[in-house]
Design a binder for this molecule. Structure first.
Ligand code: GLN
Length: 197
C-alpha cells in the first residue's frame, strides 16, 4: 500500500488522515523528521503558516523535506501548507520551504469572506469538488512549469508543478475525498516510476 504522511506539527491533521484512508492510502502521522524515510508522499495541512514554519525549523524538517522533494516524492500543501511550499510570500522576506515556483498572498479574501464554501471545478476531476475556504491564501503569480488546476473568481486556487500539488482551500473538511485520490495517484505514479500525468 501507499504510505502518505501528514505533517503533524500544527493544524488539521486527523481530517487529512481520514481522507487519505478513504482514498485508499495508509495515512501516517508525521511528528519526527526521520519518519520522512518511511513514506511515499507528504501532506502539509492547513493551520497557521508562520507557526508551522517555525516548528518545521525547530524540529529539523526544512532540509529533510527539501531532500524529500528533490527525490521526486510528491507533496500536497493545503491552505497554510500552500504558503509553506511557496518560493515567494507577499510581504515576507523569506519563504519557508521555498519549493514551488509561485508568489502567494496570505489571508487574501479579506474580512467579509473569511470563510465560505463553494463547488469548484478542478482540472483532472470529473465533477466540481466541494471546497471550504478559511482565511485562505491566493496564488498571485506562477512560474512557467506550474499548471493551474482551478480558479475561483478568476484567482488561482489549485495548482501543480510536477510532483507538487497545492490548494488554497481545505479538501479534508468534507467527505469529498477526490483531491486526495488525485494526490494518491501522483504518489502511486512516482513510486512505480510511471511518467507523471
Ligand atoms: N491564514 C493562514 C495562514 O496565513 C492559513 C489559513 C488556513 O490554513 N486555513 O497561515
Amino acid at each position: 500500500t501507499l504510505k502518505i504522511g501528514v505533517l503533524a506539527l500544527q493544524g488539521a491533521v486527523a481530517e487529512h488522515i481520514r481522507s487519505l484512508e478513504q482514498a485508499g492510502a495508509e495515512g501516517v502521522i508525521v511528528k519526527r523528521a526521520q519518519q520522512l524515510d518511511e513514506i511515499d508522499g507528504l501532506v502539509i495541512p492547513g493551520g497557521e503558516s508562520t507557526t508551522i514554519g517555525k516548528l518545521m525549523r525547530q524540529y529539523g524538517f526544512i532540509d529533510r523535506i527539501q531532500a524529500f522533494s528533490e527525490a521526486g516524492k510528491p507533496i500536497f500543501g493545503t491552505c497554510a501548507g500552500l504558503i509553506v511550499l511557496a518560493k515567494r510570500i507577499e510581504g515576507q522576506e523569506e519563504p519557508h520551504l521555498g519549493l514551488m515556483d509561485m508568489t502567494v498572498t496570505r489571508n487574501a479574501f479579506g474580512r467579509q469572506r473569511e470563510s465560505f464554501e463553494t463547488d469548484l471545478p478542478i482540472k483532472g476531476i470529473d465533477e466540481p469538488v466541494r471546497a471550504v475556504f478559511i482565511r485562505a491564501p491566493l496564488i498571485r503569480e506562477i512560474g512557467a512549469d506550474v499548471e493551474v488546476l482551478s480558479v475561483y473568481n478568476e484567482e488561482m486556487v489549485t495548482a501543480r508543478e510536477g510532483h507538487l500539488l497545492v490548494s488554497s482551500f481545505h479538501p479534508e473538511l468534507t467527505d469529498d475525498y477526490r483531491l486526495h485520490e488525485y494526490f494518491a495517484d501522483m504518489v502511486r505514479q512516482s513510486k512505480t516510476g510511471e511518467p507523471k500525468g
